[in-house]
Design a protein around this ligand. Structure first.
Ligand SMILES: Nc1ncnc2c1ncn2[C@@H]1O[C@H](COP(=O)(O)OP(=O)(O)OP(=O)(O)O)[C@@H](O)[C@H]1O
Ligand SMILES: [Mg+2]
Length: 279
């Protein structure tokens, strides 16, 4: 593969396996020959049943876990030969988990500053960058709040800001909306979309929620440690459908509320079109 082509790939996984346990009867093949690529700036969802290997895959990509066999390159670096994995994690990837894992005794601002330690920034610069990141995720003026003084959605936004502390090329999120109500989940997805469009950060998000997955570009479907399917999202027709679904008319149709001026047949036709989104 050409150098330039490789440089544009943020993740390159080849035949990854991860086997837990070694007894013949007890071994679990959490990953069983996974190959895929993610380009710089891509927004990808990973879906699949519980136990299909989604978190294992994310952990291997983020160097929190090592594959049993296979090759994984992230941002051009081969993780199997990389000596300093701590430094790799700090420089290249940001993690957002289902439970935000914020440090309860530190303020939102201080939590965002934690990963910046060791990056050689002055205290003032760390503070400024953390403040900017909190603004970016839609939490201006909340820097001095402790995690316990924030809502679940706000805490998750702080966790996203923290994951971005060192401007990673790749953001890995494991069910970041899993514990949130739909409104907060929607806001958190809005932050991911903004990051992706404004900063070109590549994002891989694990989710059980189809509506969340449909807001990305591509969905990798996992089962039994394998990627069994790949769906592209976001063609022009789907985007138009999403816009319709979000509109006042779309909301009314989805909630089965009568709409003045629409005949029964027109109403039904619109509803059927919108139902395509849910498929
Ligand atoms: N540390 C471990 N030791 C042994 N088995 C493990 C370990 N971690 C995961 N597994 C097994 O590997 C398989 C994949 O687990 P993984 O956590 O990746 O699934 P998942 O797709 O993220 O599921 P969920 O949707 O429930 O989070 C499961 O069968 C799980 O039991
Ligand atoms: Mg999981």
């Amino acid at each position: 593969m050409e150098q330039s082509e490789q440089a544009r790939l943020v993740v390159e996984a080849r035949e990854l396996t991860r086997v837990y346990g070694n007894g013949a009867g007890t071994a679990v093949r959490a990953l069983d020959g996974v190959s895929f690529q993610v380009r710089a700036g891509e927004f990808v969802a990973v879906m699949g049943p519980s136990g299909s290997g989604k978190s294992t895959l994310l952990n291997v990509i983020g160097a929190l876990d090592r594959p049993t066999s296979g090759q994984i390159r992230v941002n051009g670096e081969d993780l199997s030969t990389l000596r300093d994995l701590d430094s790799f994690r700090a420089r290249t990837v940001g993690f957002v988990f289902q439970l935000h894992n914020l440090i309860p005794t530190l303020t939102a601002l201080e939590n965002v500053m934690v990963p910046m330690q060791g990056a050689g920034l002055s205290g003032a610069l760390q503070r400024r960058r953390a403040t900017e990141l909190l603004e970016l995720v839609g939490l201006p003026g909340r820097g001095h709040h402790l995690p316990g003084q924030l809502s679940g959605g706000q805490r998750q936004k702080v966790a996203i800001a923290r994951a971005l502390a060192n401007r990673p090329a790749l953001l890995l999120a494991d069910e970041p909306t899993g514990n949130l109500d739909s409104v907060s989940g929607d806001e958190v997805m809005g932050v991911f979309e903004q990051l992706h469009s404004e900063y070109g950060t590549a994002i891989i998000i694990v989710t059980h929620d189809v509506t969340v997955a449909r807001r990305t570009h591509r969905i990798l479907m996992m089962q039994d440690g394998r990627i069994i399917r790949e769906d592209l999202v976001g063609d022009a027709c789907t985007e138009a459908l999403k816009a319709l679904a979000r509109s006042e008319l779309g909301q009314a149709l989805r909630a089965n509320v009568p709409v003045a001026g629409l005949s029964g047949a027109e109403y039904l036709a619109f509803r059927q079109v919108l139902a395509r989104l849910e498929e």
